[in-house]
Design a protein around this ligand. Structure first.
Ligand SMILES: *Cc1c(COP(=O)(O)O)cnc(C)c1O
Length: 454
């Protein structure tokens, strides 16, 4: 292994997040009230979210939003993160391409999610909130939120998707060790949970359902707010620290990426790595490709529809403009739990619609093959989610080889997989499969969507 690292110092941690919406010609369409179908006012969101986060959510004018000093202080626990040239992987692929990855797996919880949980907890605390609720898929967001909540003295309840609760018991332990309460979803503790258990007793849960439960609890608990780990504009905003650091580090390396890749669940790590680079495309017409890598079993960007849809299964959230598979879409139980979400955030959806970015969908087995090669050549076992970005990077590197041309590839390693070894066990035993979706599977839930966008 002969990888090369590009390191920044604490003083290089960004002092402001980048708000791409300020630079977009076509702004994302507004969230709608599900009853009246009228655009929501920011005040409509105050009962659910901290006010400052709502303001960030709707901010379309300020390209830069200052990072509070208390947040930057906490970022210093693990930021800046390394940028690494993956020479071992390049060699194994015998490719003329240069492959770089931003290593977000070095955070205390092993993923990028802490970049947003810290500011979200901070703004809740500042507003005098005492309790927060959230959902988690693979447990990465819940773990990040648990650590941030404890730091700012908030009580946290986490609804964890049941399949992950059972497959990934150690993430539950991590959340509990940080002091959070964890409930498997669907649960009997909410109406949304009881409804779905009654209809489908063996339902293994989805992020959409877990969101419904967390929102319901937040609305019924005094002095309680709900926090979300992806999809929303303010989450994309917080994650831009990834790309802003990477931008400086690519300069240190003396290169500029031809293609920037992130795996895609709701879009937060993808936005984090790509938006700062996309700003060169938006503002200076720079020629750069941005690629989202999603699972073939949950292909909202490649096969979904651009339409208003709910963010959750029960339909409690506002209607958001998104590429969606329909809020009732029940994804296969793939190991990349963090990518099992039916929709893409509004900003990314608008950028995709306007052709500023591409998306690819990748079958499960290819992701584990890529993850194994990456582990063996770079010494880091990637999260199954991140393996989608690695697989997409490998496709790019192979293409560069076929063309006999150089290509500079940057991808985000969103997390490590050390708590996902059960998934690797199954892969190594030959027990994993691909889940092919037919066009009928994709069309089924979309048919029920009200066509608000004609
Ligand atoms: C949650 C998670 C994802 C997917 O979420 P995004 O918001 O799409 O980034 C990807 N990778 C890891 C390691 C995660 O924990």
């Amino acid at each position: 292994m002969e990888s090369k690292k590009f390191l920044l110092e604490e003083k290089d941690i960004p002092t402001a997040w980048y708000n791409i919406v300020a630079d977009m010609k076509n702004k994302p369409m507004p969230p709608l009230n599900p009853k009246t179908k009228e655009p929501l006012n920011p005040e409509d969101l105050y009962p659910l979210f901290a006010k400052e986060l709502v303001h960030q959510e709707v901010n379309q004018t300020d390209a830069w939003i200052e990072i509070p000093e208390e947040v930057r202080e906490m970022y210093k626990i693990w930021r800046p993160t390394p940028l690494v040239r993956a020479r071992g992987l390049e060699k194994a692929l015998d490719t003329p391409a240069h492959i770089y990855f931003k290593n977000e797996s070095v955070s205390p919880v092993g993923s990028h999610k802490l970049n947003s949980s810290i500011p979200q907890a901070y703004y809740c605390k500042k507003e005098g909130v005492t309790n927060i609720t959230t959902e988690t898929g693979a447990g990465q967001w819940g773990a990040s939120m648990a650590l941030a909540a404890k730091h700012f003295g908030l009580d946290l309840a986490v609804y964890m998707v049941k399949v992950s609760y059972n497959q990934k018991p150690y993430r539950r332990s991590i959340m509990q060790t940080f002091g959070a309460e964890v409930i498997a979803s669907p649960s009997m503790s909410t109406r949304a949970g009881r409804d779905i258990i009654t209809k489908h007793p063996n339902y293994q849960g989805s992020l959409g359902t877990a969101i419904s439960e967390a929102v319901e609890l937040a609305m019924q608990t005094p002095n309680c707010k709900y926090v979300l780990g992806s999809v929303l504009n303010h989450v994309m905003l917080h994650q831009t620290v990834i790309g802003l650091e990477a931008e400086k580090q690519m300069e240190m390396a003396g290169e500029y990426p031809d293609v920037v890749i992130g795996c895609f669940g709701g879009g937060s790590n993808f936005s984090g790595i790509s938006f700062p680079f996309l700003r060169h495309k938006l503002n200076e017409g720079k020629d750069i490709r941005i690629v989202a890598a999603e699972p073939a079993s949950c292909p909202k960007l490649t096969r979904g529809q651009f339409q208003y849809d709910f963010g959750d299964e029960a339909g409690y959230t506002p209607l958001l403009p998104m590429y969606t598979l329909g809020h009732n879409f029940a994804p296969a139980n793939i190991h990349a739990g963090g990518l099992r979400y039916h929709g893409a955030g509004s900003i990314v959806s608008q950028l995709k619609k306007d052709d500023y970015m591409d998306a690819v969908d990748i079958p499960q087995l290819e992701t584990f093959e890529a993850a194994t090669l990456f582990a063996q050549t770079e010494g880091i076992i990637p999260a199954p989610e991140s393996a989608h970005a690695i697989a997409a990077a490998i496709r790019e590197a192979k293409q560069a080889k076929e063309e006999g041309k150089p290509r500079t590839i940057l991808f985000n390693l969103s997390g490590h997989g050390l708590i996902d070894m059960a998934a690797y066990d199954q892969y190594n035993a030959g027990d994993l499969t691909n889940y092919a979706l037919t066009d009928e599977d994709v069309a089924k839930n979309l048919a029920d969507l009200e066509k608000i966008i004609k």
